[in-house]
Design a binder for this molecule. Structure first.
Ligand code: 2PG
Ligand code: MG
Length: 412
């Protein structure tokens, strides 16, 4: 067993250049666990808040005043660490200490324990022996809250190498499609600047349908059949379009509006036409009934809740009751602590809801979520395709393939 001997925090910057915090947890005076907090741009209403009063400095000040409470705790004992955080902040959304502190401190503690015990992090988090690789799911074309005016309203068009038998092949296939799409975009518009959105997906001046067309074309030009060797996914991030007053989805950039029923039809058309394997937040974050309709209609597509569930076990229970999804995004910082997120994963697995462990649009170069994705039996790991902070997570998967501890890819 390793015991926490010190905790320290600092202000750093995420991939968007915004301030964030990094936490060092040291066990037995020498084993360093280090984690930097990510943050979202399209944020769910019920997520843990990042920092009290939006000030990372406040979280660090609170940590400094309470650091001793964590000393001597077993750094692998997530429950005790979580409970100690909860003594500092019992609000549902970590409004006192900030979800970023809960995120970084709990993951840094187990990171430190994994070093002290010389066990890979995923194995420390899940003692089982049947670990498998999740399929990488990566943003190849971005719009919405992740890219500027002129790009599609739809936030993310994603690629998943559904036919791959190895993690390296899955990563390389995603890279190939991303690259091919870049070539197609420049051919289509010679003035295209190679601009990319927050997550490394191309950010061209295209409407939704044109963007989907070119994404499909990139797969086909490489000789792939959609829905076989590779499949497309979409994060509609529909809360961005939802206008509560008008009770309509406003597609500003494309220039149309959808009633709730038209939105279901809009998403259904896209799912069918492009043989999507994955559809995230196809309706807004409180539209449980519409999500149920889609889940019923497409039992073989991962109809996934992100803003809908915000990695919150209570909300997931409600969604399960209403059959509102068959896929669940897991973002530790939406929940707050890693303990909260693992509870969410347990609930999802018990109810056969496919887990998609995900990055945030504002990221660090940490790769802990690759381990968390394996430990939670995630079907997919949504971490982008290119960009240093995205590739760091994919490269970690390649390293992990060297161990004989992981047996191939999960089933989707
Ligand atoms: C999402 C995420 C990650 P953000 O909506 O799924 O792709 O974006 O981190 O901005 O919420
Ligand atoms: Mg999302």
């Amino acid at each position: 067993m390793a015991r926490i001997t010190s905790i320290k925090g600092r202000i750093l910057y995420n991939s968007r250049g915004s301030k964030t915090i990094e936490i060092d947890v040291i066990s037995d005076n020498k084993y360093l666990g280090r984690v930097c907090s990510p943050s979202g741009a399209s944020v769910g209403k019920h997520e843990a808040i990042s920092f009290p009063q939006n000030k990372p400095e406040k979280s660090l000040e609170l940590l400094k005043n309470n650091e001793k409470k964590f000393h001597n705790l077993d750094s692998s004992d997530l429950k005790s660490i979580h409970d100690t955080l909860r003594e500092m902040d019992s609000t549902p959304n970590y409004s006192k200490i900030g979800g970023s502190l809960a995120f970084a401190l709990t993951i840094a503690a187990v990171d430190s324990a994994s070093k002290a015990l010389d066990i890979p992090l995923f194995k420390l988090l899940s003692k089982k022996t049947d670990h498998r690789f999740p399929f990488p799911l990566g943003n190849i074309l971005g719009g919405g809250a992740h890219a500027g005016p002129g790009t599609p309203d739809i936030q993310e068009i994603l690629i998943c190498s559904t036919g791959s038998k190895t993690i390296r092949d899955a990563i390389e296939t995603n890279l190939e499609v991303h690259k091919e799409l870049g070539k197609i975009l420049i051919k289509k518009d010679p003035t295209f600047t190679n601009g990319r959105g927050d997550e490394g997906g191309w950010a061209p001046k295209l409407k939704n349908d044109q963007a989907l067309e070119v994404a499909a074309k990139a797969c086909e030009e490489l000789g792939f059949t959609l829905g076989k060797e590779v499949s497309l996914g979409v994060d509609f991030a529909s809360s961005t379009q939802w206008n509560e007053k008008k009770k309509k989805y406003i597609y500003d950039r494309a220039g149309f509006e959808n009633t709730p029923q038209e939105q279901i039809d809009f998403a259904s058309e896209i799912i069918k036409k492009y043989k999507l394997v994955y559809a995230e937040d196809a309706v807004h974050e409180e539209a449980f009934e519409e999500m149920s309709a889609l889940t019923k209609k497409f039992p073989h597509v991962l109809i996934t809740g992100d803003d809908l569930l915000v990695t919150n076990t209570k909300i997931l229970k409600k969604a399960v009751k209403l059959k509102a999804c068959n896929g669940a995004i897991l973002k530790v910082n939406q929940a707050g602590s890693l303990y909260d997120a693992l509870e969410f994963a347990r609930e999802a697995n018990t109810n056969k809801i496919g887990i998609i462990t995900s990055h945030r649009s504002g990221e660090s170069t940490d790769a802990h979520i690759s381990h968390i994705g394996i430990a939670t039996k995630s079907k997919m790991l949504k971490v982008g395709v290119v960009g240093g902070e995205r590739i760091a997570k994919l490269n970690e998967l390649v390293r992990l393939a060297e161990y004989d501890l992981i047996r191939g890819m999960v089933e989707i």
